[in-house]
Design a protein around this ligand. Structure first.
Ligand code: SF4
Length: 500
């Protein structure tokens, strides 16, 4: 599902999960850092299409340009030309916490005494509301209602108190809770830091003359010609400047809990994690799904593009023919919220068209990356039958999504998640398929190279505690999130001591 455009098959995002953002940072004093950032953001565009922004540090100050729209819409050549410097960060946003307007676009600029900082954030802070209120009580002004601005203001607040930016970041990390990967610049330095569970991804890479880059995914390193060095460690703060790269522990790492949906869907297939491409992970998921839920059919097809690697793996595992049965309109790029069911259906038809001469008279098995609300699956199954398929079997390469996400993925509430409300048989009946199966959680975990994943949207076991105030009515009556690590809930009374 990632974003509504990008790799998703859905025009109006009816399936319910959307990535929040992509971030990038570069420290390269003798290069065109704004253009490097521009190209990296284009590689990360699938992570968010609401707004895009670049901030550049030129040794004296920080300049920012950001606006609503795709990266290519926001930046013209002359904009990039005007943003020369030695260090830059970039951001593409799918808005979740807070409003979606210009004020919520990133990077956020903040002034700390004479120093300007710009911050870009991927993730969600589960306690930002309290922190925002307390900052307002402390006289700190806000321009947006986003959690990212809360982080920027906290860093400013604590940097002011400690006269040291890294201390300000560290103290902010002690206060904020959730999943986050952040990049920040001042006029002459780049900082990158990540939540102590490592929920949201952040990787470190090197350009050929030793300059540094950080990015949400390795596909952004590839596009700017950087080589992967390592992940930014959970809880780590990295500072890159003329003094080189300095790493320090912002917070002790906690139990690693990387978002498993990066593997299932969000990350681009050519990005790599723990030495394995997401394409290969998804191909293996399809093969595992075939072992768990085989079917006697004439043709395996995918719901393009995000279901394709798993569909290929499914077909290969069973020795079945694989073909193209649905064509994706690649030019339906932007999110829209369709107000009525018939317009939503039109949105799906705009995005996906069945190939009648491929599927007619055949028993078809369709593999999708996931089934979240079920409304799209229902329409695609009907399209297949209208196109003449004699049987339509559905497989989801993701386990059943039963619980909402609070760590940077915009999910539907539990009452909209079809698996929270219906049995597999009831879902099969609802979408009108001849058979339906989901990959098991155990099967999914057998396809990823390492352990240490957040799986809360499948299991309801959340690595970062969610306060009742925050989860409000996101759950069905009687359902409560279970906190996996109750001993790792910090005391975040505000404001903490300003003394180092
Ligand atoms: S709840 Fe699901 S989508 Fe959210 S971070 Fe955890 S695995 Fe990812």
């Amino acid at each position: 599902m990632a974003s509504c455009a990008g790799t998703s098959s859905m025009g109006e995002c009816p399936r319910g999960l959307h990535e929040e953002c992509g971030v990038f940072g570069v420290w390269a004093p003798n290069r065109d850092v704004s253009r490097i950032t521009y190209f990296a953001l284009r590689a990360l565009q699938h992570r968010g299409q609401d707004s895009a922004g670049i901030a550049v540090g030129n040794g004296k100050t920080v300049l920012v340009r950001k606006d609503m729209g795709l990266v290519t819409e926001v930046f013209k050549d002359e904009d990039l030309q005007a943003m020369q410097g030695k260090v830059a960060i970039g951001h593409c946003r799918y808005g979740t916490a807070g409003a979606k307007g210009w004020e919520s676009s990133q990077p956020h600029l903040s002034a700390i005494n004479d120093v300007i900082i710009a911050l870009a954030h991927n993730g969600t802070l589960v306690n930002f509301d309290e922190l925002r209120r307390e900052l307002i009580d402390a006289g700190v002004p806000f321009r947006s209602s986003t959690d990212s601005e809360v982080a920027a203001r906290l860093i400013g607040y604590f940097t002011h108190a400690t006269s040291h930016l890294r201390s300000g970041i560290r103290k902010t990390m002690q206060m904020i809770e959730g999943g986050y990967a952040m990049v920040l610049i001042r006029e002459n330095a780049l900082y990158a830091f990540r939540d102590p569970h490592g929920i949201r991804p952040l990787v470190l890479g090197k350009l050929d003359e030793g300059e540094w880059v950080v990015a949400s995914e390795t596909c952004a390193l590839d596009i700017v010609g950087a080589t992967f060095v390592r992940e930014v460690r959970p809880g780590e703060i990295i500072r890159i400047s003329d003094d080189g790269l300095i790493s320090e522990e912002g917070l002790p790492p906690r139990q690693t809990a990387k978002c498993i949906f990066e593997d299932v869907y969000f990350s681009r297939p050519d990005s790599v994690q723990d030495g394995k491409s997401f394409y290969k992970v998804r191909h293996d998921m399809g093969a595992q799904l075939a072992r768990e839920a085989p079917a006697d059919v004439d043709l395996v097809i995918s719901v393009p593009d995000s279901g394709t690697p798993a569909a290929e793996g499914f077909a290969a595992e069973l020795g079945l023919p694989y073909g193209t049965g649905l064509v994706k309109n690649r030019y339906v790029a932007r999110t829209f919220i369709a107000p009525t069911q018939s317009l939503r259906e039109m949105g799906v038809r705009l995005k996906l068209t069945p190939l009648a001469d491929v599927v007619a008279g055949k028993r078809i098995l369709m593999v999708d990356d996931s089934i979240v609300r079920g409304t799209t699956s229902k329409q695609i199954v009907r399209m297949m039958r209208d196109a003449g398929a004699t049987e339509v079997h559905m497989r989801s390469a993701s386990p059943e999504v039963v619980w909402p996400c609070f760590y940077g993925i915009d999910t539907a509430d539990q009452n909209e998640l079809i698996s929270a409300n219906k049995s597999v048989e009831e879902i099969r009946e609802y979408i009108g398929a001849d058979s339906l199966a989901f990959l098991s959680v155990k099967g999914l975990m057998s396809c990823v190279p390492k352990t240490g994943y957040c799986r809360a949207c499948f299991t309801g076991e959340y690595p970062v505690a969610i306060s009742e105030k925050y989860w409000g009515d996101h759950f069905l009556p009687g359902n409560r999130p279970r906190n996996l690590y109750p001993d790792q809930v910090p005391d975040v009374s505000f404001p903490p001591s300003s003394q180092e």
